[in-house]
Design a protein around this ligand. Structure first.
Ligand code: PLP
Length: 433
């Protein structure tokens, strides 16, 4: 069965972030079903989902309470536009997001994917400044950052491999170095201090011209799980206040529990002006994302018709997605999932401590459950080879270059986590020792 599906895939499908000259020889797997932390292929083989289906699965696949909530919503209201109409699942999802978000965020603007929410936040930051009567056409952003694949988000990205091609098309921004890329022997707090000085230098060189500083708080995930010191975020907040820029944080990867807190900014005790949330909102079932904004930002959009935020999508606040989000957030409260994620992170760290000493491993970086294992590039595709070896032992993980990424479902059990760590250990030994 899988071989005929693969040939049909090759005939018709173009996959995201995939080099199609390599895809056929890499033995594609056809996923048929999923349950808990496991995916099953069409040949009945089982794989532990070690990256939670690209960082989205919270409790596990096929969570009965989320499925039931989607079914019940489907029977009542499948979809209705959010332009000029409203509905209870959308209202309640906004309330529930604000309940877990840092105090000070007051309004929720819905979108579909992380990129589309990042795009909305980027426009909001600029338009808010315009409507305060300020001319602030510049964004300040961070090397190795990733905010999605739409052009605004790419403009604020800093992953050369993904973004360099599009430079001639992008909006004007100023990029500073990554606080997660350290010189030999440098401390993370020392590095944070240096990059804050770079930010200050740009703000001073462009007085009153920067509408927002855009950061992925604590972990630059797609950039290779690069981690920085919380003092960096405290410093960014202070610079935004001093220079009248908005602090725009992208919590698409870090938010909703992955760092062991609801949001990564909590580790620094910082409240941003705009916060982008996506990935895990619906527990990994349906697309939904959102921009959370302060009352001050929202108020900039009140008044004449021209002050409207002329932005939105056909499926904004889709009721099925909202029902899934409500069920997921409610289960997270009930089960103490955020505290569990912190514990999973600690167990993961302990489990990986032996691996850290291998010659082939340069560094392990981790915040909560978000983990990157940087392997030495003995070949061009070392990270890929490790993931490939893991797949043969029934674990799905994905590399980012030479960084092997682990991001288990937050609700993974101790035994399942031990299975993940064991296979990763064996795979790294096989490929780089
Ligand atoms: C995944 C991600 C995005 C993009 O989200 P999509 O849903 O893939 O569009 C944006 N920002 C960060 C930090 C991400 O990890």
């Amino acid at each position: 069965m899988s071989s005929s599906l693969i040939s049909r895939d090759l005939a018709s499908v173009w996959h995201p972030f995939t080099q199609h000259s390599l895809w056929p020889v890499d033995d594609p797997i056809v996923i048929d079903r999923a349950s808990g932390v496991y995916l099953y292929d069409t040949d009945g083989r089982r794989y532990l989902d070690g990256v939670s289906s690209l960082w989205v699965t919270v409790h596990g696949h096929g969570e009965p309470e989320i499925n039931e909530a989607i079914r019940a919503q489907l029977a009542r209201l499948d979809h209705s536009t959010f332009l000029g109409l409203t509905h209870e699942p959308g209202i309640r999802t906004a309330e529930e997001l604000l309940r877990v978000a840092p105090d000070g965020l007051a309004k929720v603007f819905f979108a579909g994917d992380g990129s589309s929410a990042a795009e909305a936040a980027i426009k909001i930051a600029y338009q808010a400044a315009v409507q305060r009567g300020e001319d602030r056409p510049l964004y300040l952003h961070i090397a190795e950052g990733y905010h999605g694949d739409t052009l605004g988000a790419v403009s604020l990205g800093g992953v050369e491999l993904f973004h360099a091609t599009y430079r001639p098309l992008l909006i004007n921004t100023r990029m500073v170095s990554s606080p997660g890329v350290l010189a030999e022997g440098q401390t993370r707090s020392g590095r944070a201090f240096e990059v804050l000085a770079e930010l200050r230098a740009v703000l001073e060189a462009e007085p009153g011209r920067v509408c927002a500083i855009v950061v992925e708080p604590l972990v630059q995930a797609a950039g290779g799980m690069l981690t920085h010191d919380p003092s960096f975020l405290v410093g960014v907040r202070a610079l935004c206040d001093e220079f009248g820029a908005s602090m725009l944080v992208d919590e698409v990867a870090t938010g909703i529990g992955a760092t062991g807190r609801w949001f990564a900014v909590e580790h620094a005790g910082v409240v941003p002006d705009l916060m982008v949330v996506g990935k895990r909102i619906t527990g990994g079932t349906l697309p939904l994302s959102a921009v959370l904004a302060t009352q001050e930002i929202y108020d900039c959009f009140l008044g004449e018709g021209t002050r409207t935020f002329f932005h939105g999508h056909t499926y904004t606040a889709n009721p099925l997605s909202c029902a899934a989000a409500l069920a997921n957030l409610s289960l997270m409260h009930e089960r103490g999932t955020v505290a569990r994620a912190a514990a999973v992170g600690e167990a993961l760290g302990a489990g990986l401590s032996a691996i850290e000493r291998y010659d082939g491993v340069r560094e392990i970086r981790r915040v909560g459950t978000m983990t990157g294992i940087e392997v030495n590039p003995v070949g061009e595709r070392t990270g890929f080879e490790v993931c490939r070896a893991a797949r043969e032992q029934g674990v799905i993980i994905r590399p980012l270059g030479d960084v092997v990424v682990l991001m288990p479902p937050l609700g993974i059990s101790d035994t399942e986590l031990a299975e993940l760590v064991g296979v990763v250990d064996a795979s790294i030994r096989k490929v780089v020792q």
